[in-house]
Ligand binder design. Structure first.
Ligand code: FAD
Length: 379
């Protein structure tokens, strides 16, 4: 008999939808509330390193991601003029029958996760959030913002970086911190010859090209944005083009195609690590709500998916809840801390270099390579 019979999930993003499917696979009843009125997500891409595919394979969703995405062998690194510097292949160490890395559009990933959660029999409710929550010790009573109510054995907050459940459970939790960097993304047709992921190191910025399918790719541009300015939406295309001014070759050709401000997805990079344990009583926060990382290792969604799959597996066991949660924290805290810390370090080194500071200890490329391989290990 599972440790819990009925679970409430707050948040229908990457972690929440994965948790819904994974819990249903354990025979646990699931209600999921998503605050937005629809399941739409922004239209650019997401990188799935091989450990993401390992976790998704545990609930049968990795093959669909690969079939709908653009697999690639690793990263080729260039200077701003397209001069080749090095090749950093990835290996499918975590899930050998899947590619080393897969790129996929965020809407297609959402479609796969949402379809699986619906098919699993989870009750998905849109435009609803937790209004009030009372932990009775042997269960949790919840009043929802639409006037309905429910009782649950356990509550999981997958409600993202600005988590409401985190605030309720841990009022003194640290707030998300702006890293100093921001990322700009734009979709393109994938030109012939772009078989790998590509990274171009400019004097003050970094550019990447990421395959998302056989015919599409996206560009990410990482910049230093002092004081986290608000970018005017109508000028996003022009501002992104301005920041690509120092590049030549393929990046310059692509820069000239950036014309639609609505096609530019601009995100300040923020991070947060909630000290453990991430649970209080019969509720827990996972994914970005507990550990949000800057995307330097492309591991944010991966960590949310790993959290969700492991937590569901543990909650499906016939064992006391406190012991299961302790095991969850033992297997998740250091791993997610490593991702947040390595990503912050790489961001700091990049910004030093862009400011003209010569730090002989800076080794962002090596740390990326080391971390990528380390994260393929079992946890
Ligand atoms: C620019 C950028 C690039 C990234 N690239 C990558 C990448 O290449 N690879 C990768 O692995 N990761 C990447 N990430 C990280 C990844 O997107 C996140 O780590 C991941 O989405 C976290 O999943 P989550 O379920 O915790 O949160 P989200 O996916 O953010 O989902 C949270 C959900 O909760 C809902 N919600 C919020 N508040 C409430 C509430 N009170 N009640 C109910 N619902 C609520 C939200 O509407 C949302 O649907 C990137 C992130 C950024 C910003």
């Amino acid at each position: 008999m599972p440790a819990v019979k009925k679970v409430l999930i707050a948040g229908g993003g990457v972690g929440g939808l994965t948790a819904a499917t994974a819990l249903r696979r354990q025979g646990i009843a699931v209600d999921l509330v998503e605050i937005n009125r629809d399941h739409s997500v922004y239209g650019v891409g997401i990188i799935q390193p091989n450990n993401t595919l390992r976790a998704l394979d545990q609930i049968g969703l990795a093959d669909a991601c690969v079939a709908n995405g653009g697999a690639f062998p690793g990263w080729r690194i260039y200077d701003a003029d397209g001069g080749f510097l090095m090749e950093a292949p990835n290996a499918p160490e975590a899930s050998p029958r899947h590619p080393p890395i897969n790129g996929i559009t965020r809407p297609l990933l959402q479609h796969i996760l949402l379809g699986a959660a619906r098919d699993s029999g989870a009750d998905l409710r849109l435009g609803v959030a937790i209004g009030a929550l009372a932990d009775r010790g042997d269960g949790v009573d919840v009043d929802f913002t639409d006037g309905t109510a429910g009782s649950y054995d356990f509550v999981i907050g997958c409600d993202g970086l600005y988590s409401d459940l985190r605030r309720r459970l841990f009022p003194d939790a640290p707030a998300p911190l702006f890293s100093g960097q921001a990322v700009w993304r734009y979709n393109f047709e994938r030109p012939a010859g772009v078989e790998w992921g590509s990274v171009y190191y400019g004097a003050r910025t970094k550019v990447g090209l990421v395959p998302m399918s056989a015919t599409t790719m996206y560009m990410f541009l990482v910049t230093h944005e002092r004081d986290n300015p608000r970018m005017p939406e109508a000028r996003l295309a022009e501002l992104m083009r301005d920041r690509l001014a120092g590049y030549t070759g393929l990046v310059a050709t692509l820069r000239d195609q950036i014309g639609d401000p609505a096609g530019v997805v601009y995100k300040p990079m923020e991070h947060l690590l909630l000290p453990g344990p991430w649970h209080r009583g019969r509720a827990i926060v996972i994914g970005d709500a507990a550990h949000a990382t800057t995307p330097h290792l492309a591991q944010g969604a991966a960590m949310a998916i790993e959290d969700a799959v492991l937590l569901a597996e543990l909650l499906g066991r016939d064992a006391p809840l406190p012991a299961l949660l302790e095991e969850f924290m033992r297997r998740r805290f250091e791993r997610t801390r490593y991702v947040v810390d390595c990503s912050r370090q790489i961001a700091a080194w990049e910004m030093e270099a862009w400011a003209g500071i010569d730090n002989p200890e800076a080794r962002p490329g090596q740390l990326l390579g080391e971390a990528t391989h380390k994260l393929m290990e079992a946890y």
